[in-house]
Design a protein around this ligand. Sequence first.
Ligand SMILES: [Zn+2]
Ligand SMILES: [Zn+2]
Length: 300
Amino acid sequence: MIIGAHVKSSGGLASALRRGRELGADAIQIFTQSPRMWRSSSHSPDELAAYRAAQQAETHVRTTFCHATYLINLASPDTDLAERSRNCLVENLVTASAIAASGVIVHVGSHRGEGFERVAGAVARRLLSALDEAGAVLGSATCPLLLENAAGAGGTVGRTFDELAALIAAAGGDARLGVCLDTQHLFASGVPYRDEPEANAVVSSLERTIGPGRLGCIHLNDSKVVLGANRDRHENLGEGEIGAEALGHLISHPGLATVPSILEVPGSGDGPRAQDVIAARAILSAGLQWRNRRKGLSAQ
Ligand SMILES: [Zn+2]
Ligand SMILES: [Zn+2]
């Protein structure tokens, strides 16, 4: 499994690759523009080309994901905000595709009490139109758009696999749409994976609802809040309410083996550190050992 980390891209996009390498990460995630501002960063064609070249020449960091702006709310009943969100998503998709990213990860947003069913169709139309418009700007295919599961606060859309699956279905099952699974959001939304059978049930449910092949990325985070707390609060691996053992049971599932995992942990306040990447690898290998031992026991 590829283990990566979210890194800063200040000082030029390509500096993110160096930061990832220094962390010992196999993959990185970056913001292509300030995550809490609408204003898009203008990256010159030269800077985008330089990134692609640097990524190709890079020997450690194999792939890049982009996280979309947090202000985006594709489910907003306020049509001006929803349109602004769609436009912002287009910009995120264009930049990410121009650097040959493996995907743009987006929080769908909140329906603010309208109810999921009332907004699902409009969200699906906005997703498709953003992908189409980005493709037209680029004159080529966009990178995949990955909808992230939500922790379930307020009227957030995508709090269950069923909701994410319903959005993809409403978008006609478009092949450009996928899913990003955040382990902290999953736990905070009330889904436990304390042991191997529970972890297996999570992956089965994902495959049953969203289908195999749509999971493009995992956000690997522990949780500052308890199971079902519905709050998005990441913690360093093994230091939170989920714990190293449960995370190991989940990410060692053979169905997730080819899905890159990205750390978005706080570290010591400045994001993932090299020791967090090392901790993630240790958690994965412990999980794999438990699975092998269990398999050995059941074969006896
Ligand atoms: Zn996210
Ligand atoms: Zn989060």
